[in-house]
Structures are given as structure tokens and as C-alpha cells.
Write a protein that binds this ligand. Structure first.
Ligand code: B12
Length: 213
């Protein structure tokens, strides 16, 4: 692993906002692509989660790392947009974290990357009522991305897909699923179209379906 990537991960695990911002600026100045910086920070955030689970970090630490992640997206978002294909019009994508779930960092990263790739993104936010997803799908979006970070909320994705099928809209929309507990197996099991382990993978798969591979 490169030193810069490791420094980004270490800065996330140290959960100090100034340190995180310094590491992002340093990686950017060294020419590391924004997408790689985000991938490294996501790995750092996952590590924070592991330490939180082990009881070695506590809620304020997790919130501080989350703030660092959001700040990094503020810094990197314009760079992604500048180097991207935001004018392309690959289709409309609705994104949201499912009902009962407030985790939105990963979902927001996916939204930013899809937008930079040329999708028109309607980000519904977090804890999105199930009916809101259905209304957006009925409204004619091409892609619907659902994020869930908890085993207790991931089942909402199946509910939304089932309703879409029952109401005759399933074939009109590409359903994307993601979030830490989601796997390709779960994606297949609930009848979704795209599983994205990372924002990069999500964007590549959505572009391929939109005919822009
Ligand atoms: C940060 C965090 C929080 C923050 C969230 C801040 C925010 N604004 O998002 C706060 C502190 C608020 C929080 C709260 C809680 N949390 Co929390 N949290 C986390 C933590 C540490 C990191 C999540 C994260 O941001 N990862 C970094 C991002 C970049 O990764 P990501 O989300 O996976 O996203 C990537 C991919 O998954 C993918 N992706 C994501 N979304 C989508 C969508 C689509 C469509 C696609 C294709 C791809 C995709 O692309 C992303 C970028 O590459 C995880 C630990 C973990 N291992 O995940 C626990 C974790 C998810 N939390 C957990 C829990 C239990 C909670 C609480 C219930 C705690 C409590 N007791 O109060 C509450 C939840 C309340 C609620 N109703 O939602 C558990 C869930 C356990 C379970 N049952 O499954 C975890 C796993 C921690 C643990 N091990 O116990 N949490």
C-alpha cells in the first residue's frame, strides 16, 4: 500500500478533523486522484467502525471521523466534477438511505460520483420513507439506488422492489443496492440489478447499463 493511502487511513483512524483535512490536502497535492482518496478514506471509516465495535473508539470518535469524511467530500466534490462528465445526461438516478436508517456517508459519496459521471441525481437523503422511493420510481427515474447500513433495515430494499414489481414498474427502473451489510448474493436474492461494493464500482456498473461503459 502506498504511504499516502496509509496516511489517509491513519488520519481517519486518529479521528481528528484537522489531521483528516491535512491528509486529504496532502494526497491531493501529490496528485492522487480524488476517487482514490475517497476509496482510502472509506477504508479508514470502515476501520473506525471495527474499532468502534471492539469498544476501542466511542460514538464521539465515529462522529468526528464522519465529519472528516463529509469535509473531504466538500474539498474533493468540485475536483470530481471538474474532471468528470457531469454534462453527459446518462439518465436520472434517485438515491436514498432506506427508512429507519440514518447512515448516509457512503450513499452521499455514490450520489456525488454518479453526478460527476453524468447522471442527474435526486438525492432523497437518509431515513427516506418507502413511499417516497415508490413515488420517484413512478415519476420515471431510470435508476433507483438504495443504501442500508444495518441488518435491521436492509430488508426494506426487498419491500421496495416487491412493491415496484406488484405495481408494474419494475422493468422500467434499474434497482441498485449497497451499504456495508449488502452483498452480491443479497442483491440477487431480492431481485435488484446492481450491487456496488464501492462508489467507483457502482458508477462503473450504472454507466455500463446506461450504455457508457
Ligand atoms: C459512521 C457510522 C455511524 C454514524 C452515521 C453518520 C452518517 N451521517 O452516516 C452514526 C454515529 C450516526 C451512527 C449511528 C448508528 N449506528 Co452506525 N456506523 C457507522 C460506521 C462506523 C461507519 C459507516 C460508514 O459511514 N462507512 C463508510 C462508508 C464510506 O462506507 P459505506 O457506507 O459502506 O458505503 C460504501 C459502500 O457500502 C457503497 N454504498 C453505500 N451506499 C450505497 C448505495 C448504493 C445504491 C450502492 C450501489 C452502493 C452503496 O459505496 C460506499 C462508498 O464506497 C458503521 C461501521 C461499518 N463497518 O459500516 C456503523 C454501523 C453501521 N452502525 C451501527 C449501528 C448499530 C448504529 C446505531 C443503531 C447505533 C446506536 N446504537 O445508536 C445508530 C443507527 C441509528 C439509525 N437509526 O440509523 C452498526 C450496524 C449493525 C447492524 N445491525 O447491522 C454498525 C455496523 C457498527 C457496528 N459494528 O456495530 N453510525
Amino acid at each position: 500500500m502506498s504511504d499516502i493511502k496509509q496516511e489517509l487511513i491513519d488520519a481517519m483512524v486518529a479521528v481528528k478533523l484537522p489531521g483528516i483535512i491535512d491528509a486529504v490536502n496532502k494526497a491531493d497535492a501529490a496528485g492522487m486522484p480524488a476517487t482514490d482518496i475517497i476509496d482510502a478514506m472509506s477504508a479508514g471509516m470502515t476501520e473506525v467502525g471495527v474499532l468502534f465495535q471492539k469498544g476501542r473508539l466511542f460514538l464521539p470518535h465515529v462522529l468526528s471521523a464522519a465529519a472528516g469524511m463529509n469535509k473531504a467530500m466538500e474539498i474533493l466534490g468540485p475536483k470530481l466534477a471538474a474532471g468528470g462528465d457531469a454534462g453527459k445526461k446518462l439518465g436520472t438516478a434517485v438515491m436514498g438511505t432506506v427508512e429507519g436508517d440514518v447512515h448516509d456517508i457512503g450513499k452521499s459519496i455514490c450520489s456525488t460520483m454518479l453526478q460527476c459521471a453524468g447522471f442527474e441525481v435526486h438525492d432523497l437523503g437518509r431515513d427516506v420513507p418507502t413511499q417516497k422511493f415508490i413515488d420517484e420510481i413512478k415519476g420515471g427515474c431510470n435508476f433507483c439506488g438504495m443504501s442500508a447500513l444495518m441488518t435491521t433495515t436492509m430488508t426494506v430494499m426487498k419491500t421496495i422492489i416487491d412493491i415496484t414489481r406488484d405495481e408494474g414498474y419494475r422493468d422500467k427502473v434499474t434497482m441498485m443496492v449497497g451499504g456495508a451489510p449488502i452483498t452480491q448474493i443479497y442483491c440477487d436474492k431480492i431481485g435488484a440489478d446492481i450491487y456496488g461494493e464501492t462508489a467507483n464500482e457502482t458508477t462503473d456498473k450504472a454507466k455500463a447499463i446506461a450504455g457508457d461503459a
